[in-house]
Design a binder for this molecule. Structure first.
Ligand code: SF4
Length: 285
């Protein structure tokens, strides 16, 4: 519960505010960019929401915030926003919301599939979200891109009897995972789901390719400041040289969406996405 007495001084006055428990994870700025800005240490309310669309987006951000750092006056509207998750992004693919402080506010995703639904990384375990996933047929698989973003995967696995999938080199983060990816070759986990080892950020980091959707974990993401795809040496915990090789490897696949754990999501038609990937590879040289 956010505390108005601890509000970030840069907030403009009004119904919404951010307090100093904010961990600067960027989630609110992704979900409600018109409302939330960045001080360099915290998010803050730069403009109070001006219309119904901005109000709804700000309440979605309040619900997704991993640390409960966003406050607002209308508690009923905040409760109503809970029902907006999982939030549809495109055909059968959803953003879960309820980001977890255990993954520093990492994004997670839900994929509907006739052969069983998937979570990609995991959100906070909250009963309203678990109920909504159950209404959509539950979760059969939980793909974990890497050690940092497992959050409450174990609780979702227990709730749904789901199979957790993680690379051998990340297994310490979820030692009782049901399926372990070995080596550096891509692995077809199920029809339409290809695990692609992308060492760099961590040693056993993997991306997941599902049709036109590439779930990239903390490997690459869209940068709103640079206006292009990016990766960061500052948050590369294993090998920057290997991460650059992994980025180049991903450029050989066809996809239209980049759905990261941290950072902005991106959509381009396949040809333009290929161009964006070439641009990224060139920028990282
Ligand atoms: S979502 Fe919460 S923790 Fe993350 S930047 Fe916004 S206010 Fe801060």
């Amino acid at each position: 519960m956010a505390d108005r007495a601890q509000r970030v001084p840069e907030n403009v006055d009004g119904a919404f505010f951010v307090d100093t428990t904010c961990i600067d994870c960027d989630t609110c700025r992704q979900l409600a960019p018109a409302t939330f800005g960045e001080t360099g240490q915290f998010s803050f309310v730069q403009v109070q929401p001006r219309d119904e669309g901005e109000v709804r987006a700000a309440y979605r951000a309040l619900v997704a915030c991993p640390t409960g750092s966003i406050g607002a006056t209308d508690k009923a509207a905040a409760r109503a926003a809970v029902d907006e998750f999982p939030m549809g992004l495109a055909d059968g693919v959803y953003y879960c919301g309820f980001n977890s402080p255990k993954s520093f506010g990492g994004n997670s995703y839900f994929v509907e599939h006739p052969a069983g639904n998937w979570l990609v990384d995991a959100p906070r375990f909250v009963e309203p979200l678990a109920r909504r996933l159950a209404e959509r047929g539950g979760v059969r698989y939980i793909f974990l891109t890497h050690r940092d973003d497992v959050a409450d995967a174990a609780r979702y696995a227990e709730r749904f009897g789901a199979e957790r999938i993680i690379h051998r080199l990340e297994l310490a983060a979820q030692p009782d995972s049901e399926r372990v990816i070995e080596g550096r070759d891509p692995v077809e986990l199920a029809p339409d789901f290809l695990a692609i080892p992308t060492p760099g950020h961590t040693r056993g980091h993997c991306a997941l390719l599902h049709r036109e959707f590439l779930f990239t974990g903390d490997h690459i993401w869209w940068s709103r400041n640079r206006g292009r795809l990016t990766a960061s040496r500052d948050v590369c915990w294993y090998s920057w040289a290997e991460q650059m090789q992994s980025v180049a490897l991903l450029g050989e696949y066809e996809f239209e969406w980049v759905l990261p754990g941290h950072g902005e999501r991106a959509y381009f038609p396949a040809g333009e996405m290929r161009r964006q990937m070439r641009r990224l590879v060139a920028a990282l040289q």
